[in-house]
Design a binder for this molecule. Sequence first.
Ligand code: AMP
Ligand code: GLY
Length: 426
Amino acid sequence: MKALIIGNGGREHALAWKIEQSSLVDKVFVAPGNGGTALEEKIENINISVNDIDKLVSFAKEEKVDLTIIGPEVPLSKGIVDTFIENKLKVFGPKKLAAQLESSKDFAKSFMYRHQIPTAKYKTFTNIKDAHEYINKEGAPIVIKADGLAAGKGVIVAMNVKEAMVAVESMLEDNLFGDAGARVVIEEFLTGEEVSFIVICDGNSILPLASSQDHKRLLDSDLGPNTGGMGAYSPAPIVTKELHKKIITEIIEPTTEGMKKDGIEFTGFLYAGLMIDKENNIKTLEFNCRMGDPETQPILFRLKSDLFEILLAASNKNIKNYEANWDDGSSITIVCASENYPNQPKINDEIFNHNKNNNNSYIFHAGTKLKNNKIYTAGGRVLGVTAKGDSLKNAKDRAYDLVKDIKFKGMQYRTDIGKKALENDQ
Ligand code: AMP
Ligand code: GLY
């Protein structure tokens, strides 16, 4: 069979790498892919943008692609799945209406309130004066979120009132995020430990994937601006069997049932970003309607089951009898980012030692490109150095050993991915 993956990040390199291993699959295309997928022998990059939906449909028809998997949120929010289905092409991902769970924070918050899914108290504003009044009334810390898609950068955790006021002004007045910031959600500040919990939904049933933990801030000790994610590991030790059950019954099932009640079926990856407090109370920070990046990399590196078979079953609404099996132990991904990320990343620098792969480690590419047999930086997050081991410590040491050898101009990475989990373990 033939598979087509849409996207060009680390998530898509990991998806393509995993799907290529399926005994059911003869050919994997990635549109447009990156330098890493270009180097893979059995994977072919197709030069079509993720947003050129008509061209992607034509390609899938011509090549008789058996299943298309959508990586990023933007084409999902534009209705790529609706168009593939209208053209009788098999595709895995949510339709446009369902993708609003991610593409509008206001939609997600009112959905959660309507279906009693625990989340932070909030209000939505389009008017700057009303927003300022609300901030003055609530005080700080407080969280300001652009309503629309902003590549993980539209959230500002303001530690004082002034910072919150400035954040609101930058969105409502200075259009920092364009239309995405024309409405802002202002939200109660939550404390606790964050967990990424991703399930595969077929519209009726769910199949949970292994838990993971992302590191959203740019710098060590969770300092600096929010990014798309600087590293992740799986599983998240905080998610015990009990907590796993609680997440399913308090968050995941009410979400899929709530969508059904609202007349919107959810098929695709459902990603719940959760905050867990000391008493194990769970609150939902956000929903994404796709796999996380970089969470995909450590999650898929531990997955023993055939992902293509599972996603094909899900796109046939037949996931009920499937389960996912995992390597024991842990896996981790360290993101190497380019100079100046997340603002204006510098690109076009040659990367050295980007392909030292074996059974226990793999360097997934993200913002890279292949030119004249050399690999260059082409985006903010450049590589996801991934390793597994019988313990998180073991996986972490392996990954950082590899990171030490990688070289490109201005490379930045966090040195403390997994540190908190290891400290909690002692
Ligand atoms: P989001 O895109 O909504 O997940 O927000 C990005 C990041 O901002 C989260 O991963 C958290 O680290 C932080 N964040 C979001 N909402 C809150 C909140 N209500 N309280 C504290 N931190 C938050
Ligand atoms: N790593 C967070 C996300 O993919 O949204």
